[in-house]
Design a protein around this ligand. Structure first.
Ligand SMILES: Nc1nc2c(ncn2[C@@H]2O[C@H](COP(=O)(O)OP(=O)(O)OP(=O)(O)O)[C@@H](O)[C@H]2O)c(=O)[nH]1
Ligand SMILES: [Mg+2]
Length: 379
């Protein structure tokens, strides 16, 4: 925890207070030089100048990692002033985020996603790409962000100047986490990172959120004891543009190969995740690097095929539209649930529904009517 004596409003960003517009203190002639209090010891952490939107944009387009990091902090903030500035920055950099590929990687905890990202990331750097690694992990506010701990799994990658790793934004609901990750992705692209890898843990809704923000979705599988197919969530298989059985090394080679065949068989009965693309199933070892090059080849093939067919761009456009609609949905939902009249009347109506006195439909209509009336009188 920071030992700030000044009380921080609760809407101030959690990390990196430098991005907080209310704290602009820039002394002329060097940092703190003519600060009335003179001594830097009063401010153990030397304050950096707050950036204006243009400085953010210029820094990002120049590939300045420090500015990029601060811009992401801005995006992660829930303060109204930051949201407005972040949108300004985003709008300015948006035209610069083309020519990239966004790859989502999912799999059960421990499947080897981070290890694979390390291997694939290093491979991509060798090919001359610049790689950004992001994560969507709605539980990270509790766990502190698995990808952070994973930096040890991505040791080489995290030290390489051609890569940029950002842990999952913390803070509650999946919707918020996903929004921040999407926007972070755009900033990274504008900063010159041409391959974006998004890790998400294969539990719950986060896979669907990630699928809706990437071009290519990779499902990482592992062999379990016994029936491989039993544990498969069919829904996730349906989203995958490639299925890769990881940890195909040592004694696990043969079981991995047999799992691969099972998955390939199961996929035959599923609709294609991307029209016109047959989802391949492979094995790999993220640990030894075997099969990693092939994964990238598949991704390139996919891009070539979908660009040619016009589906690549179409998907991105649809994703942008869906994103807009879901933002509106989130906003309206918030407006509804946060309205004082709704807060006041909700418990009673909820009770009535739960005790069977009021049909849910009637109750919903009643609440919506209360809301509509309240909006009218708010005007
Ligand atoms: N033998 C073998 N072990 C692997 C391989 N890939 C990953 N592992 C090991 O599996 C464990 C989990 O790897 P991670 O990369 O952290 O898995 P993850 O899917 O990112 O896990 P979460 O982020 O917790 O969901 C680690 O101990 C890795 O060393 C592999 O190809 N072969
Ligand atoms: Mg991981």
């Amino acid at each position: 925890m920071k030992k700030d004596k000044t009380k921080k409003p609760e809407w101030a960003p959690e990390a990196d207070n430098d991005a907080f517009a209310g704290r602009i203190i820039s002394g002329r002639g060097g940092e703190g030089a003519d600060h009335p209090e003179g001594s830097a010891s009063l401010h153990p952490k030397v304050r950096r100048k707050t950036l204006g939107s243009e400085a953010y944009v210029a820094g990002i387009l120049n590939g300045d990692r420090a500015v990029l990091g601060r811009a992401i902090t801005l995006i992660e903030s829930n303060a109204e002033a930051h949201i407005i500035q972040a949108q300004e920055v985003l709008r300015a950099v948006l035209p610069h985020s083309g020519g990239t590929i966004r790859v989502g990687i999912t799999g059960v905890p421990g499947a080897g996603k981070s290890t694979l990202i390390e291997a694939l990331g290093m491979h991509l750097l060798e090919l001359g790409h610049r790689v950004a690694v992001l994560a969507v992990d709605p539980s990270s506010s509790i766990s502190g962000g698995s990808i952070l701990g994973d930096k040890t799994r991505m040791e080489k990658l995290s030290r390489h100047p051609g890569s940029f790793i950002r842990p999952s934004p913390s803070g509650g609901a999946l919707g918020g986490v996903a929004r921040k990750t999407r926007e972070t992705m755009l900033l990274c692209e504008a900063a010159g990172f041409d391959v974006i890898l998004v890790e998400t843990v294969g539990v719950g809704q986060s896979e669907i959120a990630v699928r809706s923000m990437v071009d290519f979705f990779l499902l990482l599988q592992i062999t379990g004891g016994g029936d491989e197919l039993q544990g498969i969530k069919k829904g996730v298989m349906e989203l995958a543009d490639a299925v890769v059985v990881n940890k195909a090394d040592g004694e696990n080679r043969a079981p991995a190969e047999s799992a691969r065949q099972d998955f390939a068989m199961a996929l035959r009965y599923l609709p294609a995740a991307t029209e016109g693309w047959k989802t391949p199933v492979r094995t790999c070892s993220a640990l030894s690097g075997e099969g990693i090059g092939e994964i990238w080849e598949i991704i390139c093939e996919f891009r070539e095929a979908t660009v040619k067919a016009g589906r690549f761009e179409l998907r991105r456009r649809r994703q942008a539209r869906e994103w807009m609609l879901s933002l509106i949905g989130d906003y309206l939902e918030n407006l509804f649930y946060q309205h004082p009249d709704i807060i006041a009347q909700m418990p009673e109506i909820e009770q009535a529904v739960m005790s069977g006195k009021l049909p849910p439909t009637t109750a919903a209509r009643q609440l919506l009517q209360i809301f509509e009336e309240a909006l009218k009188s708010d005007r």
